[in-house]
Design a protein around this ligand. Structure first.
Ligand code: FE
Length: 254
């Protein structure tokens, strides 16, 4: 299994603090059945800055250590890019790191909010050949309240990634229900861990796929796992026609 979103690189953000923690995470990943992980450190924050070349260097170093430790996990470079106005310009100067240099780029919204310029920025990114993948939309307050925002972005070609822990209920009942509604409405395309450590933000991939298997069956599990593989191959992924989440249905659930 492939994990497209994980904070496994040591000392780069709020994920693994040092190499020992990275190795611990790598071992857990193997236990989960993960053979390939995309390391996606946060790009910019007031505490850290992780441009493309730094990430590529650190991934190379971590893979070397994993080889020495005989841990059979392949780490690929990626980035969790907080949306900002100059993303296209910064992509062109080599600041932004799409998933393993494919066309897929992980985009995070500031918590609780979707900037008004998102639609235009996504259009501009797509014009440059990139496909924005919105990470954990199920945890964004504005999207929870107005799921049509997400529908419109997906309709125009954006993809989304739900976090495994959300499906397992780690972020509460509401977020779990909303995650399942996103799957029901074809509004999500990937399940990834967004693991930060092995304690309070672990992988939960196996557990999430067990849930998906129980609720939707094997085909849905296969679709999500296959989509992650297609991303790494740089191929087009499977997409069903997105549907609107009806307000009535939405409120009934809570
Ligand atoms: Fe993340």
């Amino acid at each position: 299994m492939i994990d497209l979103h994980c904070h496994i690189l040591p000392g780069m953000d709020d994920g693994a603090r040092d190499l020992l923690e990275s190795i611990e995470m790598a071992k857990k990943a193997i236990e989960q059945g993960i053979h390939t992980i995309v390391a996606t450190p946060h790009h910019l924050n007031n505490r850290y800055e992780n441009p493309k070349l730094t990430i590529i260097d650190r991934v190379r170093e971590l893979n070397k250590v994993l080889l020495e430790e005989k841990i059979d996990l392949n780490v690929l470079p990626g980035q969790e890019t907080r949306i900002y106005g100059e993303m296209v310009e910064d992509y062109e100067i080599g600041e932004i790191m799409p998933i393993d240099n494919t066309e897929y780029v992980l985009v995070e919204f500031s918590s609780g909010h979707v900037p008004r310029y998102t639609e235009q920025l996504f259009y501009d990114l797509q014009t440059k050949g990139l496909i924005p993948v919105i990470v954990h939309p199920e945890r964004n307050q504005e999207i929870i309240e107005r799921p049509d925002i997400l529908y419109k972005l997906v309709e125009k070609g954006a993809l989304t990634q739900v976090t495994a822990g959300s499906i397992c209920g780690d972020f509460g009942k509401k977020i779990k229900s909303f995650s399942l509604q996103l799957i029901d409405a074809n509004l999500t395309h990937f399940i990834a861990s967004d693991a930060h450590n092995t304690s309070n933000r672990p992988f939960k991939m196996r557990e999430a796929f067990d849930m998906v298997q129980a609720k939707y069956g094997t085909d849905m599990v296969y679709l999500f796992k296959e989509n992650a593989e297609l991303v790494i191959e740089g191929s087009h992924i499977y997409k069903e026609v997105p549907e609107r989440i009806k307000k009535k249905k939405f409120f009934n659930i809570f």
